[in-house]
Design a protein around this ligand. Structure first.
Ligand SMILES: [Zn+2]
Length: 157
């Protein structure tokens, strides 16, 4: 924790990346981030079989299971401490030790709400979609790139 937030000292705030304070304190070493991002990519790649295959083979099932384990490992350090708010009410907080743990938790929320991980047919990056049976591209940009390529190909013929 101190490694990622060295300036926070012993006064670690409840970190929320949506708030400016998070970015004032966050300083995850880039090597750690790249290694962690690779793990997250592997996890998402493995989980993408759930959306793309109607029948999952035993080998694909193992890859999905490994992806799930990697995702769970990345979010394992996340905790939900109970806090008391200004009005004396209880509030469930979230304590994330790294940016990757936040991403892993976001993917967890997406998967638990019925979305699926897909691999973009154009850029081959993982993304999450609700309409996973019909969605093929991560963004309008990728979809447009393919459309323009196909249009040019037809024009040449
Ligand atoms: Zn893409």
């Amino acid at each position: 924790m101190e490694r990622y937030f060295p300036k926070a000292g012993n006064k670690l705030p409840l970190l929320d990346p949506a708030k400016e304070n998070f970015w004032k304190f966050y300083a995850e070493p880039i090597d750690d981030f790249i290694a962690g991002a690779s793990l997250l990519w592997e996890a998402l790649d493995g989980l993408s079989y759930l959306a793309t295959e109607d029948k999952v083979s035993e080998a694909q099932g193992r890859v999905i299971y490994e992806g799930l384990n990697e995702l769970n490992d990345l979010k394992a350090p996340v905790s939900t401490p109970l806090r008391i708010d200004d009005d004396g009410g209880f509030v469930k907080g979230h304590h994330f030790p790294s940016l990757l743990s936040i991403y892993a938790s976001m993917v967890e929320d997406d998967l638990a709400s019925g979305r699926r991980v897909l691999i973009c047919k154009e850029c081959e990056r993982p993304f999450v979609a609700a309409n996973y049976k019909t969605t093929m591209y991560c963004s309008r940009r990728c979809r447009n790139t393919v459309s323009v390529r196909e249009w040019r190909k037809k024009k040449k013929e």
